[in-house]
Design a protein around this ligand. Structure first.
Ligand code: ZN
Length: 312
């Protein structure tokens, strides 16, 4: 053995264990449940967008075919995206052929960068590219630590595949049907239906427990909900936020109760000529006890709906 060789082996061993440890800590797999064969879901926590852990608040997951994997939403940081990728790798060595974004909100898309490379397609509503472009500076500034490198706007991945109407993705042995919806939660909402398991991923077209946030149109959303309720063959529903359910109609009814009350109250207030400040205090309040994160979301919803209905 040459002088110093043993020392170099020791150094190499230390370096190996250090990198193995950092691999384990930065790539610890996200906790996922197998909802149906080959369908894995991670349920996010109900936290505000500025709270600790805000990068893990949306429902995420993946569907495994015989040929490749589709990931559906990737979380609110590259960190969360890597943890989701680690969860994929625990279950399968198949390539990730599609990363599907259900819309452009920060808690659903910042993990996309973890999946760049290896021919992965990034798929979303035809309006997703514009939606992300509008948010790019804001995300890089307000969520700098959720990007890698920190604050780097180029870590926000632009879609490579745009969906208008419907589009099917073949994963081998199962087909995902993507559907682009008109203005509702946002202007770029996409649902995903897995025919093999009857699983519908609604993205933020469905909120449970956590108050729905309206960026698009409350009346548009109500119209979309009545179409969602008629989709055939749905056995499992993965909402954008909240618990998984088999009862699509029940979950939509509850959400519609909030949206409907808000629209009706604000229409009545506009008829009376109430100022927006008064409307924010009163409109929709019969629904308050049914929802979490009310104070963080409801005032903005009122302002949005008030402005939209003012011009009816
Ligand atoms: Zn959203």
């Amino acid at each position: 053995m040459l002088p110093g060789t043993r020392f170099r082996i020791a150094l190499a061993a230390i370096a190996f264990f250090m990198s193995a440890n950092s691999f384990a800590s930065s790539h610890a797999p996200l906790e996922v449940d197998e909802l149906a064969p080959g369908v894995f879901v991670h349920v996010g926590a109900h936290k505000a967008l500025d709270a600790q852990g805000h990068d893990d608040i949306a429902n995420l997951g993946f569907v495994v075919g015989t040929r490749c994997v589709a990931v559906i939403d990737t979380g609110g940081s590259v960190r969360t995206g890597r943890a989701l990728l680690a969860a994929v790798r625990v279950r399968t060595a198949l390539p990730v052929c599609h990363v599907i974004s259900t819309h452009g909100h920060v808690d659903h898309v910042l993990g996309n960068a973890a999946f760049r490379g290896d021919g992965t397609a990034f798929t979303g509503h035809a309006n997703l590219a514009a939606s992300l472009e509008r948010s790019r500076e804001l995300f890089a500034r307000d969520y700098a630590d959720d990007l890698e490198p920190a604050g780097d706007a180029s870590a926000i991945v632009a879609p490579t595949n745009a969906v208008t109407g419907t589009q099917q993705l073949d994963l081998g042995g199962r087909t995902l049907t993507l559907r682009a919806w008109p203005l509702s939660h946002t202007d770029a909402d996409l649902s995903v239906f897995d025919d093999a398991s009857g699983t519908l991923w609604t993205g933020d077209l469905l909120f449970r427990e956590r108050l729905p946030a309206i960026e698009g149109s409350a009346t548009g959303w109500l119209a979309v909900d009545s179409e969602l309720a008629r989709l055939p063959g749905v056995r499992h529903v993965v909402p954008g936020h909240g618990a998984i359910t088999a009862d699509l109609a029940g979950a939509l009814t509850r959400q519609d109760a909030y949206l409907r009350t808000l629209v009706d109250d604000i229409r009545a207030a506009l008829k009376r000529g109430d100022a927006m400040q008064d409307v924010i205090v009163k409109a929709g309040h019969a629904q308050r006890r049914d929802w979490q994160l009310w104070d963080e979301t409801h005032p903005r919803n009122v302002a949005r709906v008030y402005q939209a209905l003012e011009w009816e």
